[in-house]
Design a protein around this ligand. Structure first.
Ligand code: NDP
Length: 321
């Protein structure tokens, strides 16, 4: 039978293209975990996904009870899972004050980080021993290196705001929406590392992150002004050469999920457009040698103290153990 992958936010953009690539190219069954069933059903049909190769299920990552309901429903489905792709994310670049999830968390961190954190922790035991995969979709702009220098820069501080209930910012400073998005992505990198540390050897779980390239035309940019949405893809194509069509991004994610050679736990993958290589692997001990165009994992994700504190505080916030 087909292996099964859960993909969050599979109703649009990279998640939808990943769903298609997983079912068509890799021959897997896809659980499209989405907040709008009808939107996903329409999207899957329009993109030409083969009926019977996917199941659409409701999951609202901005609600802890929805995450728990999803896990229960998934188990009732009786289809064991092999992999989870943490793809869904929100970014509200024009907000001036934090939006809150139903549980009272700032929404970018609440959705992109805490929702996925609970989901993965609840499903860890459902992944096959020795062969389970978890993949986080990261962004270059939250990493160390050139792209990460563009303000506002990600900074978790001493986790003051997270310790105080995650009602606004992680570091307890002033709210800035793009910083909130980047901070949430640093948390994804931290969880990737910690999960690998905790369950890589003990359960044979393979946890990766990957930067798919800049998909400058995806709905992620819906809140940006029209001129930006017109100019940005052109800039990414001509200047940074990081532009990647949604479909190619989906194929890259599918490769990280399914290809044996990319199943190296704890690795943050990036496709290196300029060097003409298929991908670049940056292992942690290579950090210092990494050139500017390679993925530089956020320093905070390399810091054991901060990483463990993020794990523990997040566990408490989502009501785990
Ligand atoms: P989209 O906005 O198209 O995709 C985001 C998806 O997340 C949507 O399907 C959305 O659902 C879903 N989502 C949002 N909130 C929730 C929620 N509460 N519960 C469940 N699902 C939710 O953007 P992209 O495809 O570009 O982004 C996908 C990933 O790629 C993100 O993690 C992003 O950070 C990352 N990324 C994107 C880059 C780019 O250039 N576009 C670059 C680097 C990383 P709905 O359809 O209902 O809105």
């Amino acid at each position: 039978g087909r292996k099964t992958v859960v993909i969050t936010g599979a109703s649009s953009g990279i998640g939808l293209q990943t769903a298609k690539a997983m079912s068509a190219d890799k021959g897997w069954h896809v659980i499209m975990a989405v907040r709008s069933y009808s939107k996903a059903a329409r999207a899957a049909e329009e993109i030409g996904m083969e009926p019977g190769t996917y199941t659409i299920m409701n999951l609202d990552l901005a609600s802890l009870s929805s995450v728990r309901d999803f896990v229960n429903q998934l188990r009732l489905l009786g289809r064991p899972i092999d992999a989870i792709v943490c793809n869904a994310a929100v970014w509200y670049p024009r907000d001036t004050a934090p939006r809150l999830t139903v549980d009272g968390f700032e929404e970018a961190v609440g959705t992109n980080h805490l929702g996925h954190f609970l989901l993965c922790n609840l499903l860890l035991g459902d992944l096959p021993e020795g062969d389970g995969r978890v993949v986080f979709i990261g962004t270059e702009t939250a990493n160390d290196g050139l792209a990460g220098l563009i303000p506002p820069v990600a900074d978790l501080g001493k986790l003051e705001g997270m310790a105080a209930g995650m009602k606004s910012t992680i570091d307890g400073g002033k709210f800035e929406p793009t910083k909130a998005y980047k901070d949430s992505k640093v948390c994804n990198a931290i969880v990737m590392r910690e999960m690998n540390k905790r369950y890589g050897k003990s359960r044979g779980l393979i946890v990766n992150a990957m930067f798919p390239g800049c998909i400058a035309e995806s709905p992620l940019f819906r809140q940006k002004r029209a001129w930006f949405r017109w100019l940005f893809p052109k800039f990414q194509k001509a200047i940074t050469k990081q532009f990647v069509p949604e479909e190619v991004a989906g194929q890259r994610v599918a490769n990280v999920v399914a290809d044996e050679e990319l199943g190296v736990g704890g690795t943050y993958w990036k496709w290196n457009a300029q060097a003409g290589k298929d991908f670049t692997r940056v292992a942690f001990d290579q950090q210092k040698q990494a050139a500017a165009n390679l993925v530089k994992i956020p320093a905070e994700a390399l810091d054991e103290m901060i990483s463990e504190a993020v794990w523990d505080l997040s566990s408490a916030l989502v009501g785990l153990g």
